[in-house]
Design a protein around this ligand. Structure first.
Ligand code: CP
Length: 309
């Protein structure tokens, strides 16, 4: 069971809670391999997805996770909701609460928005990505795919290359992986490395080769052009040439290393197409893990609600 009403980040999620979510998600991943995905764990519960930013994977997998477990699911996009008429986040949350819903999965451009919402509503709030802060279910699904491949997280070396500065995925992965005993090494142009990331336990490499040396996992991160005001690197082609992960760099990694990326991928920028589509790529498996992790999160939060609220 989780010891919390909401899942807001891995900063305040314990190693035991992370392991419980991963263990439950492994069961869920077996369930969704069934041709008929018609389970009743959440029958009578209602999930609202409330997205203030674009999404394919996260929003769709929350919806499917709820539906596979028998919940009612309603999707709200800020672009077509009363947010456009000036309604505040808290008023939107209270309005949804008054409809007696059980969960809100939210994505918001402002770091901390899910926490603000969680304080104002009775529903369980799940962070689907808040600004440059956290994306906890993404890191959990990444860890699920790693754990399935290697049997454990402890002792793995995970190399993360890309736009670390703007990445909530990098931060949540760093927090979660360190709690489970992995080594996390990062590499990017200095302009894309956030100040103080080493205080959270990251090692910063001086080259791609150093980052990838002996790595079990090589994770590329999307260059987030929409969050950059410009001037952080000369051009995408130069980024790709000097900082992208190329096939020939894989000779430095562990023999059975896997390639990961949270998506969406800028093909040929962060990773070469042959790595994205190659035998070592776990990018599609990450998407399947995403449904399983969100099912596990909904189920474990339901148990907390039944016992505590
Ligand atoms: N990885 C991820 O969050 O993807 P979406 O933006 O498509 O949800």
């Amino acid at each position: 069971m989780l010891n919390k009403k909401d899942l807001l980040g891995l900063y305040d999620t314990s190693a035991e809670e992370i392991l419980k979510i991963l263990e439950t998600a492994e069961e869920m991943k077996k369930k969704i391999a069934n041709p008929t995905k018609d389970f009743s764990d959440l029958r009578g519960k209602t999930l609202v997805t409330l997205f203030y930013e674009n999404s394919t994977r996260t929003r769709c997998s929350f919806e499917l996770a709820g539906k596979y477990l028998g919940a009612n699911v309603v999707n709200i996009s800020a672009a077509t909701s009363s947010v456009q008429k000036g309604e505040t986040l808290i008023d939107t949350g209270k309005t949804l609460d008054a409809m007696k819903i059980d969960y809100i999965a939210i994505r918001h451009p402002m770091g901390g928005a899910p926490r603000l919402l969680a304080k104002s509503v009775k529903a369980s709030v799940i962070n689907g990505g808040d600004g440059m802060n956290e994306h906890p279910t993404q890191a959990l699904l990444d860890m699920l795919s790693m754990k399935e491949k290697f049997g454990k997280i402890q002792g793995l070396k995970v190399a993360i290359l890309g736009d670390i500065k703007h990445s909530r995925v990098a931060k949540s992965n760093l927090l979660g992986l360190k709690k489970l005993g992995a080594e996390v090494v990062m590499y990017a142009p200095k302009t894309l490395i956030p100040k103080d990331i080493e205080k959270l336990g990251a090692k910063i490499a001086n080259s791609r080769e150093e980052a990838i040396d002996g790595a079990n996992v090589v994770m590329g991160l999307r260059i987030q052009l929409e969050r950059q005001s410009g001037g952080l690197f000369p051009s995408l082609s130069e980024y790709s040439k000097f900082f992208g992960v190329k096939d020939e760099l894989l000779k430095y990694a562990a023999k059975d290393a896997i390639i990961m990326h949270p998506g969406p991928v800028n093909r040929g920028v962060e990773l070469t197409p042959s790595l994205i589509d190659g035998a070592s790529s776990k990018i599609e498996d990450q998407v399947t893990s995403g449904v399983a992790v969100r099912m596990a999160t909904l189920k474990l939060l339901a148990e907390y609600r039944e016992n505590n609220l």
